[in-house]
Design a protein. Structure first.
Length: 385
């Protein structure tokens, strides 16, 4: 399962320097295999993601499949797989995670050809083991998995599934219901952002460089990402083929509490701040999601007064973009369209970005000012700015 076809990607950063070749090849990654969220009620969360985000049911494990300590629902949309897990044991690790963090990302699983080698290569370079290599088998074949720790309580699990033809993993059964809302056009995970504490950005970007062989694609400092009140810094790390991109954010000094600090306060530590998912038709995707009740950050109408001067010619109708609150930015390779949901749970922590790339390889630097002012407006409403 490939994340996206990158055969036409030019491996350069935004100053023209060749970048993906700087990533080492000892850890080849084919794409994101799945993202697992620990949640308070997996059945209800699954209904939400099906209804609001257009995911379809894929697989299930729980009491009916012989699993006694938890239940997991697996959802799919194109190349995206979400696993929603709730514990039965109130004293176990999953329950502890939910009490501390609320609903949030626990596992960022990476699809590899050799999970044992991936584990050995990363642990010998300093990664802390989360899961030693083990093989699970059922009538559909076998899957090998192994895992390491990254920032906070987040982990990476290496998944080798070349000898497996089942719905998801051994121990899961196919899950089917009569409720099948249509998709909203989400295609694959474009990137996933981690928020870490002040002073830890360099530590974790170095972790991805040294332990996983990633390269620094681009760096944003507090002059790039700031408003009158708040600021943050970010380093974007990428693997060799560019299919995995992990921006790492830390707060910077400002007059008021930044969005990263708010996240760290409510998540009670570092974690995954947002999941960026790609679409080929962002107007369709956002119009569908809004109809289904998804809340997005407000973009002031004045933002669109300067879009043509800043971005130039685009294929989309600017009035349509304004209607749906979709932002636009351009780099040397092309342009992109993006929009951000509000947090998808009661704590102001995890949210989603919807992105459509029209050649651009960047992350919407030209939109940072408007985006951060919108986030600050939400923080002010919550009394956390």
């Amino acid at each position: 399962m490939n994340n996206t076809d990158l055969t036409n990607v030019t491996n350069f950063n935004y100053s023209g320097e060749k970048i993906f070749d700087q990533a080492q090849d000892f850890l080849p990654i084919n794409g994101t295999d799945y993202v697992e969220l620990y949640v308070g009620n997996a059945k209800q969360a699954a209904h939400f993601y099906k209804t609001a985000f257009g995911f379809q049911e894929l697989a299930y494990c729980g009491l009916e499949t012989g699993v006694r300590d938890r239940v997991s629902y697996v959802l799919v949309q194109d190349k995206i797989r979400l696993v929603l897990t709730t514990p039965f044991d109130p004293d176990g690790d999953i329950a502890h995670h939910i009490r501390k963090h609320g609903d949030g990302v626990k596992v960022i699983a990476l699809w590899v050809d050799d999970a044992i080698k991936a584990y050995e290569e990363t642990t010998k370079r300093g990664a802390v083991s989360y899961m030693e290599p083990h093989t699970t088998i059922d009538e559909f074949g076998q899957v090998v998995r192994a895992g390491i720790h990254t920032y906070g309580e987040t982990v990476h699990v290496f998944v080798e599934r070349k000898d497996y033809n089942g719905a998801f993993l051994p121990g899961y059964e196919k899950w089917e219901t009569e409720y099948k809302p249509s998709h909203v056009g989400l295609k694959y995970i474009d990137h996933m952002v981690g928020n870490v504490e002040l002073g830890a950005m360099n530590k974790w970007s170095q972790f991805y460089a040294d332990v996983m062989g990633f390269a620094n694609l681009v760096t944003f400092d507090d002059k790039d990402i700031s408003t009158e009140y708040t600021a943050l810094m970010s380093k974007v790390m990428t693997n060799g083929n560019g299919r995995i991109k992990f921006p790492i954010n830390e707060p910077a000094m400002g007059k008021k509490k930044s969005q990263v600090e708010e996240y760290l306060d409510f998540y009670h530590g570092p974690g995954c701040q947002h999941i960026a998912v790609a679409t080929d038709d962002i107007v369709f995707t956002i119009s569908e999601m809004r109809k289904r009740g998804v809340d997005f950050l407000y973009v002031p109408g004045s933002y669109y007064d300067t879009v043509k001067d800043r971005v130039g010619i685009i294929e989309e109708d600017l009035n349509e973009l304004k209607r749906w609150g979709i932002m636009v930015d351009r780099d040397e390779e092309g342009y992109l369209l993006q929009i951000f949901t509000k947090p998808v749970e009661d704590r102001p922590t995890l949210f989603f970005e919807i992105i459509q790339r029209k050649g651009a390889k960047s992350f919407g630097k030209g939109n940072f000012q408007a985006l951060f002012e919108s986030i600050e407006a939400e923080q002010a409403r919550r009394g956390t700015l």
